[in-house]
Every structure is written in C-alpha cells, then in structure tokens.
Design a binder for this molecule. Sequence first.
Ligand code: ADP
Ligand code: ASP
Ligand code: MG
Length: 818
Amino acid sequence: MKVLKFGGTSVANAENIKKVIDIIINNNDAQIAVVSALGGVTDTLIKAGTLAEKTDENYKEILKELEKKHLDAARGLLPVTHQSSCLSMIKQQFNELEEICNSAFYLRELSLRTKDRIISFGELLSSKIISAFLQSKNINHEWLDSRKLIKTNSNHGFAAVDFEITNKLIANVIKLSGKKIFIAPGFIASDENNNATTLGRGGSDYTAAIFAAAVNASSLEIWTDVTGMMTADPRWVPNAKTIKRISYQEAMELSHFGAKVIYPPTIAPVMQKNIPTLIKNTFAPDDAGTIIHELNNAPLGDGGSIITGISSINTIALLSLEGSGMIGIPGFSKRLFEALANEKINVILITQSSSEHSICVAINTNDTAKAKQVVDKAFEIEIAQKKLEPLKIETEQSVIALVGDKMKSHPGISGKMFDALGRNGINVRAIAQGSSERNISAVIAHADIKKAVNVLHEAFFESAYKQLNVFIIGVGNVGSKLLNQIQQQQKFLEQHLNLQVRVTGIANSKKMLFADSGNGINLKNWKEKLQQSETMQLDKFVDTIIQKNLRNSIVADVTANDKVAEVYEQLLSKAVSVVACNKIAASSSYDHYCNLKSLAKEYSALFLFETNVGAGLPVIGTLNDLRRSGDTVTKIQAVLSGTLNFVFNHYDATKPFAEVVKQAQDEGYTEPDPRLDLGGTDVMRKILILAREAGEKIEMEDIANNSFLPAECFKGSVADFYKTMLKHEDHFKKLYKEAAEKNCKLKFVAEYENCKASVGLKHIPNDSDFYHLYGKDNIVLFYTTRYPEQPLVVKGAGAGADVTASGVFADIIRVARV
Ligand code: ADP
Ligand code: ASP
Ligand code: MG
C-alpha cells in the first residue's frame, strides 16, 4: 500500500482536483490519499476567526466567499445529477462554521481550541468534495475521518501524536475495510475528549507520514506544486535544481531550516520504518522528482556539489545571554533552555563562545517578548548582582543553512561559505555547525537573506556560473559603446566564461533606469526606456543600488564628473565594486586614493581604473603584475595623451592649431573641456596615478607641468579658448618650426623617476621610441629592476570610445574572476 499526499495548490480548484484524481486512478496499488485544504483556505479561516474575535463583522463576508469557493469546486467537478448531496453537505458545514464564528464574535474570544475547530473545516471540506467526485465516477473508496484515527494531546495548534493508539486505530480500520482507495483529510486530529486538534501549519505532510508508518506503506508520495525538493527555494533562486536523491537526515535538516516543501516532523515516522518518500509535481507528474531515502552515500551529485541544499528561515530573533558570571559555572545553559522550554519556545540554533562569556540562541520572532520575560526572571539574581547582562534581543535576523551529508568528509566548506558571504558584504552575526557536520548555519540580517541564498547557491551549485549586476553611470560616447559591447558579448560570456553580465541600472546626467525583470535591462531598447524613465538623482541612484543589495554588484563610472567620483566610498563600503573610467578619484588627494583602496580591501570589493591611463591598453594591469611579482619600478616615461598625439601628429603649421584641436574634439579624443588635455592636467593625472600604483606617495602639486599653452588660453569658456588659440597661432607655429628644424617631432611626455614626476612638450629625435607614434597612440616605457636598460613597452591606441569601453568592460569581467 502507498500513501499519497496532495497539497493546497494541488487541490486549489476543480481543474487541479481533476489532475489529482488522474494520479490516484493511474496508481494501481492500494492507496491512502491524504489531502490538504483548498489552497489558501486555512489562512482565510484563521482570518475569519480572528475578525470575529475582534467583533469585526467582515468575517461573514469572508465565510460567504469561502463557501462560494467550495461550491464552485463541487459544481466544477460533479455532474448535475450528483451535485445536490455534496452541495448541501457544504452548506451545512458552513452553517456550523458560521455558528462557531458567531460565538467567537459574541464572546470576543477565540481560544486555541476553537481556532483548531474552525480550521479543521478546511481539510474536512476538501476531502469530502474529492470523495464525492470519486463517488460520481463510481470509484470504490472509503473516506476516513482522520480526527477519529489520529489521537493527540490537547496542545492545540501543534498537537503531539500518541503513536501507540494512532497506529493501532489506522491499521485496524484499513484491515477491516477491504477497500483499495482511501481518502483522508490531512492536518486534523483529535484529543482524548474528541475535540479537534491540528498538527501545525503545513501538517498534512505529517498526516500522510503518520498513515504511511501505521500501515507500513511501500512508499510515501508528497505531491506538490514543484518538481521535488530543490537546491534552494525556487521562488528566490531561479537556477535552483531538483535534488534527485537526498537522505532522510538531509531532508530533515533542510526542512527544519525553512524548506517549506516538506513539513519538518514528516520525516521521522517514515525514516524509522525506512519508507522511501518521493516529492512529486502534480502539474508535471512524469517528472522524476526527489526520492528521500537512507543515508546519502552516493557519489557527489550532478555538478559534483558537496552541498545538497540551502535553506533559510526568514525572520528570527537572536537572543544573547552575556556576562562574566557564566565562566566556569555549570548549569547556566541548562537554566536558559529550561526557561525557554517551559514556555514552549522553540530554539532554532545555539552557539556558545569558547570563552563561555556568552550563549546565543535563535528563536521565532513571535516568541521574543515571552523569552525576554522568562529569561530575565530566571536569572534575576545574577542580573541584579551584575554577573550577567539582561537578555539582549536582536530582531530582523534570518538563518541561512547549508546542508549535506558529504560535508564532513570535505574540508573548506565553511571557509567557502563565509568567503562568499563576506565578498558580498553580508555580515555574519552567529554561526553554528551541527556535530553531525551535516549542516552549517549562520545568522545574518534579514535585509541580506535573499541575496545570501543566491550568493551561496551561486558559490556551491553554479560555481561555473556567476551573475554580475552592473550599474552604469554615464551613457555618452563611451557608455553607449560599453552597452553595445556587453550586448554583443552576453551570449559568449555565458557560454564560455559561464558569466551572466546583467545590466541592472543605467543613468546619465538627466535620467536613471533600473531593471524590472530578472534578465536585466533590455539592451536593444535601453535608449528609449531611459528617456521615458525617472529623473536622475545621484543619491537616489546609489541608495537604490544599496537597497537592491544584489550579489556581485558593480558600478561602472563612465563619466568625468566629480560628484559621481564622490560616491565611491559609500559604494565600496557596501561591498559594491567600482570600475572607473573617471580619473577624478584615483587622482584626488593621496589620502582619499588610499582610503578607497583600503575600503575595497576591507569590504572585499574591487576598485579598478585601468582605463584611467591609456584607455584599453594594459598599463595599470602590467604595472600591478610587475610589482606583485616582486619587481621595482625605477622610471616611467610615457606619451599618454591620445589627444595631444593626435593634435601634434596632425599639426604642421599649414592650418591653424585651433582647427586641429577642434577636429580632435569632434572625433571624440578630448575631454569635454579640451584644455584638460592641452593644458597637461589630464597627463598629470595619468602619471600621478602610475606613480602611485608604482608605490609613490605623491600629489598633483608635486608634478612639474611645463605647459606649452599661453596663460590666456585658460581664461573663459571652451568657445573663448578656441578664439584665444587662433590669436596665438604664431606661438604654435614657432613650437612646430623649432622642432622641425632639428628633424624632431613634438610629443607631450610624462616622466617619473626618483620620486619626481613631470609633464611637458619635448623635441623627439628619430631614434627615440617615441618618434614613431601615430594617430592617437600612447606609449609607456617601464624601467624596472628586471628591465633596467631595455624597458617593458606598452604601446597602442590610447584614446577613443571603443577602446576605452573595452577597457571598462575588461575591468568589469575582472571583478567576476576574483
Ligand atoms: P503544498 O501546499 O503542496 O504543501 P507548500 O507551499 O507547503 O506546498 O510547499 C511547496 C513550496 O515550497 C514550493 O512552491 C516552494 O516555493 C517552496 N520551497 C521552499 N524551499 C524549497 C525547496 N528547497 N525545494 C522545493 N520547494 C521549496
Ligand atoms: N491546510 C494546512 C495549512 O495550510 C495544512 C497543510 O496544507 O499542510 O497549514
Ligand atoms: Mg506544505
């Protein structure tokens, strides 16, 4: 004989109930089908009772709606000729229910006993409707009254089963019946006075296990709305996978720590009798689902994961009992747990520090007030003597648990767990590892729980698959190229690097847009969407990023804006990585630069700015590699301004200097204010950043700038600047001719040596590395201990939207690869 259990969604309406009946009919074995109330009915019944108790007459309306729901289901299932007795049964049940609620209304009281009575109607109605449907199809069966078969104590709402009596009653009734199919309501039972009791929310699973154990069933099948027990709650983790096989103990741990798919007490009765238990999907009956069986000795599961699943309890409170009075004195923990147990407060997790200064326990949030009262009372004397602090309570906490039988034979799991959480800025408040080493659980802030489940799922089940959440500020020339490149590469990255680059937010100076779907912003029509979206407010943009609290979050700053550079600290200290094309932060004060780097380190985020020097060229990366491998940079010589190269490569004194500058600006090689390039500030920033990355403590004021622009050029607007250049055309001609006469070219060179840095225009003879530098190319020569005479040379296109965007993109990918 088999026992099948159908949950609330499976029996939510006539259409679904028909699927359930198909499953029952297709099963050739003798069977007991245990059913839940129609989906949502238990909650609604509780609401009706609670409103009645508060003398709110709306309970009548609620009962009417519930009655209609059941009448509709019956009408949808039964042929008209068979309807009348079922419909009158439903009406009669609702009359009775209304009378009970009326009493609660008049008495202004809803005892736990009455509440159980009210909610017992849910399963009674569903099972009777299903029985009527089977009857109408002439399927021989018997309806079992679980209240008469499952006997419990009188702990209403959470009654404890008397297995001795229950097992006998069930076995007897089945033996005497001679039928092959039985329908029984789940969840409900009765005490010795025959008052209705219930087995705890979600308790129909338990009812089914009780029946299975009593009849020594060949298997128990839990039919629900998902394909089996999954590696995490599929509502939170879209990539959650069905666990094919799982041990009873693992299933028990996962359900204890919140995997709602199975009610925790369900496992014990079937485990004792070694009854294989399946979790199946009513809406995809051919899917294999999950089999729960004896200890999981199988080789590592699909994808080689050591962890079987991740679950979470979303709202708990953390209690801490602390004080020097605890040291070395036995019995403190006993008194604490006794105080909690006397009040039936369930302890979810316990940790005690080895210094014995504190004990931490996690409990349900609903129990906090009671816990505070009883614990402070139990330790009244010690608290008065200041040996102990009054009980400390932190609410808004959650527990996350990793479960797997194979954990004990594989070291490093907790390291990986806490590393993944830390990298994503998730603070761990308490840790517990069961002595069975089948579970590691941690208490974290409730605000982080969804992120944490995803982070750990990614770390343990998608180690080859990582999601990046990218927020891009600045979608001008470079930013839009970056979005194009991301769009073009998305498939490739998913297939070859198992990396999902998801653009989650975009902003320019006017508008900001956030993704509303799990796939991120659609990169085909982001321009229109951005135009229609809300006004950009930088602080709101940053708050939203922090609020969203997504794993592997990265902000790409593709602006040249000082206000944007000011938000890096806030982002890094929330473990959001920053990829900057904007040079302002890395070239700001040395203290600020150091602070950003140390914040990144502290919060395990990255602060990357490769495109600050040489656009997409690997300049900073090369320098970092040299230093990390133990080399010392002694000198840097570089031509670092694509703009100035462009200008001096195109200027031959035949057309005005201003015209060449304008061409450079039109082709996108200059900063919005070209004086930043021509006046040398931009190159100063770049050599400053290189010198700092080489280990030098240096500020902008320490760099000598031998500017070639007449001082007047720095006055007024950009438009004025063009006019002033025309006025000084002779000055530019002279610069050109002096160089040409010596067969030299003009290059704006940056140098760093012996703690000093400088920038300025130089005459470059034709035997120099710098002579053959065309278009917008940059060149950097690194002289180091390992490259003392022949420098390490990095050369190539050092400006332009495409190469800069690809440099930013490469930094984004770098964040993923650490
Ligand atoms: P039923 O009404 O059939 O008893 P429940 O709603 O009680 O169904 O349990 C099924 C739900 O449990 C699923 O819809 C899913 O959202 C949730 N769930 C939470 N954790 C898990 C998990 N690890 N595996 C599968 N489902 C889970
Ligand atoms: N109907 C009950 C509940 O909603 C029992 C169950 O569905 O398992 O808690
Ligand atoms: Mg359930």
